[in-house]
Design a protein around this ligand. Structure first.
Ligand SMILES: Nc1ncnc2c1ncn2[C@@H]1O[C@H](COP(=O)(O)OP(=O)(O)OP(=O)(O)O)[C@@H](O)[C@H]1O
Ligand SMILES: [Mg+2]
Length: 131
């Protein structure tokens, strides 16, 4: 009999040994799921940046996290590397000054099922809801 069992993805406390911090825990998925970035094993976290990311993931309080710093200082990479080790899926969105909440959540658009058919207003999920 094949004893292999499929792990059901769920959010759990993940040990941070892969960050070089065994014994420290952070919320993540118990198994890789679609959208989890690949880790670069040579990447070294800055402790101050890692502390902010881990603090946020363990207690997001219904809010977002903004990393602010000069172009090319490693903001995106830090998020991708943390996500890779904690099995968080990542969706990358390029925002501009004109991006609004509804662009992310979703909006009603005029859409026809097939070319030439009568269009109607339909809800289209934004990237935040497409998980
Ligand atoms: N700790 C690191 N060690 C070495 N290279 C790094 C490190 N962090 C990031 N890099 C490299 O630096 C470059 C810029 O990193 P990244 O894109 O994460 O910066 P950013 O702060 O998100 O920039 P931007 O503000 O333009 O979005 C990338 O090529 C990345 O691979
Ligand atoms: Mg970036």
């Amino acid at each position: 009999m094949n004893a292999q069992t499929k792990i059901k993805p769920s959010v759990t406390k993940v040990d941070m040994a892969s960050f070089g911090k065994p014994g420290v825990q952070c919320l993540g998925y118990n198994t890789p799921i679609l959208g989890v970035p690949a880790a670069n094993d040579t990447y070294k976290f800055r402790d101050d940046v890692l502390r902010v990311i881990i603090g946020y993931l363990n207690s997001p309080a219904g809010d977002g996290l903004a990393l602010i710093g000069p172009t090319g200082s490693g903001k995106t990479t830090a998020i991708l590397e943390a996500a890779a080790r904690l099995n968080w899926p990542v969706q990358s969105i390029t925002a501009s000054g004109r991006t609004e909440a509804l662009d992310l959540i979703g909006t009603f658009v005029l859409m026809a099922s097939n070319p030439g058919e009568q269009p109607s207003m339909r809800w289209m999920d934004g990237p935040w809801r497409k998980q």
